[in-house]
Each structure stands twice: as C-alpha cells, then as structure tokens.
Design a protein around this ligand. Structure first.
Ligand SMILES: [Zn+2]
Length: 285
C-alpha cells in the first residue's frame, strides 16, 4: 500500500521501483515488541492477553486489513485467534503468516524463578511484531495471492495444568474451511544473536524458497543447515497436508526464563526476518 504510482507528462504511468518502496523497518518492529511488553505477560485468558488482542486488532484495522476474530475455549479458558486478510490481485489459495501472541505462564527453565511468568519479548512478542510491521509495509495492491496474517493464542502453555502446546493453531487448523497455499510461522525471531537453522518438520521446498530469498538479500541469520524438530504452530497445518515452515531461532539462552526481556531483542534481527518475508511474498505468483 505504500508504493507510489505517478503519471508523468508524455509518459506511461510508472510505478516506484522496489528501492523507493517503504520497506520493513526493524526499529519500528522493535517498538511493536515494546508495546506488547507494556501489557505484561500475555497469559491465555488474562486481562493482559485481552488488551494485547485489542491492540493487535487496532493495529490491523488502522492499516486497513479485513479482520476476523475466532473465539473458542480450552479447559474453561476463553481464547482468541485474530485473522487479518488481504485478497490479492489474482486470487488463488491464501498464504498464511502466523505467530503466537501468548506467553508462557511459568518460566520453568528459570532456575531461580520457575513460578514467575515468562515476559516473552522474544518468545511471543517478536513474531507478532514482525507480522504487525508486515501489515504496514506489504504492498497489497501488488500481492498476487491472498495473504492472511494470523495471531494465535495459547501456543505456549504445554505441560501446565493439563494444557497441550499449540492450542490456538490446532483449533484454527481444525476449523479451516479453505485450502491454504502455504503456512509460514515466525517464533523467537528477535534474538540479538540470530541464527535460524532449518526446523526439521518444515516443508523442504518452502524452506529453500525462503532461505534462498534471505541469501539473495545478504542476510546471515538464515543458516542452511537442519538442527531442531520443534512442536510449534506449523504442525497442525502439516498434519492437514498444507506445506508449512517454522522460522525459529531455538538457540536462545533466555528461553522460558524471566530474562526473555526486550533488551535481548534487536531491530536488525527483526528486520532480516521481516524483509526476507516481504520480498518472498511480493515475488509470489
Ligand atoms: Zn515458548
């Protein structure tokens, strides 16, 4: 939506070159991390979670996306997934970009404070910040395929009080009524020392497309080597046959500790991931 088309005198209409477009800005994305942190831990069903959902919806509405809200519950807790849609100029199956906005209720990897909640600057807020900034910079007049930005609740409560992992994305995938082209999950993408190895459950050709895009842009964060198999929001989509990838840096020393705070997150890391996805999406179709 940010590209400029101008009609020059005696010339055909000309559109801006990519270099003139507003691109994904890591500094702005970092502000979106900070905004989420101000709500406190986004534990499913909490007031902070509802406020965060409201903030996400506000951001997306301000950027002109069509919003759908999915209400559901698990073990008596009310949960919310948020879906923002753009149509694409030539239709086709949507590409879904997803992130979880909830944070883990207990920092059970923290040796000193395992009963405290995880602040979730990287594990939660970083992925959401990437999607919110993409909502602003994606040139929806040029995207060929529909794009859905989906903010999942309750990814990160696994093994606590009878909860499973990936509750929000599982509900979403179970209730899909439309075929998706591909699913790209971003999770823990803000680490200052960003190293994104290939997640082993991820669809190999989707991985290559995205890792090649990062390579073309000269980004070092995407490492072309498989490392971990991770339970994350991509799994429910793989299980229903949709190609899906999890973009995650799992080598994060503050994972599930109370030290997962905004000082561990860098604008440059968010920008490498955001610009890679921006370019990948704008070259689809
Ligand atoms: Zn987590």
């Amino acid at each position: 939506m940010r590209s400029l088309c101008v009609t020059l005198l005696f010339a055909l209409p000309s559109c801006s070159t990519p270099s003139q477009e507003v691109q994904f800005d890591g500094q702005r994305a970092l502000l979106f991390v900070e905004s989420q942190m101000e709500f406190g831990p986004r534990i499913p069903g909490s007031e902070a979670s509802r406020q965060t959902a409201g903030w996400v919806i506000e951001q997306l509405e301000a950027k002109g996306w069509e919003i759908e809200i999915q209400h559901f519950s698990n073990l008596g807790t009310q949960l919310i997934n948020i879906i923002a849609k753009s149509n694409g100029v030539s239709g086709g199956k949507p590409i879904l970009l997803g992130a979880h906005y909830d944070t883990r209720p207990f920092a059970d990897r923290d040796t000193i404070n395992p009963e405290s909640p995880v602040p979730g600057a990287n594990d939660g807020a970083s992925g959401v910040a990437v999607l919110i900034e993409l909502a602003d910079v994606l040139d929806r007049d040029r995207l060929r395929q529909p794009v859905w930005l989906v903010f999942f609740d309750a990814e990160d409560s696994g093994n606590i009080d009878g909860w499973d992992w990936i509750v929000g994305s599982s509900f979403f995938a179970d209730n899909l009524t439309q075929d998706l082209e591909a699913v790209v999950i971003v999770d823990m993408v803000g680490d200052r020392d960003l190293q994104i190895f290939i997640e082993k459950n991820s669809d190999p050709s989707l991985v290559q497309e995205i890792w090649n895009t990062a390579d073309q842009l000269g980004y070092q964060a995407f490492v072309n080597t498989p490392k971990y198999s991770i339970i994350d929001d991509h799994l429910p989509f793989l299980q229903i046959g949709v190609p899906a990838v999890d973009i995650i840096d799992f080598d994060y020393p503050y994972w599930h500790t109370i030290s997962d705070t905004v000082d561990k997150v860098s604008a440059d890391s968010l920008e490498q991931v955001g610009r890679t996805l921006e370019h990948w999406l704008e070259n689809q179709g």
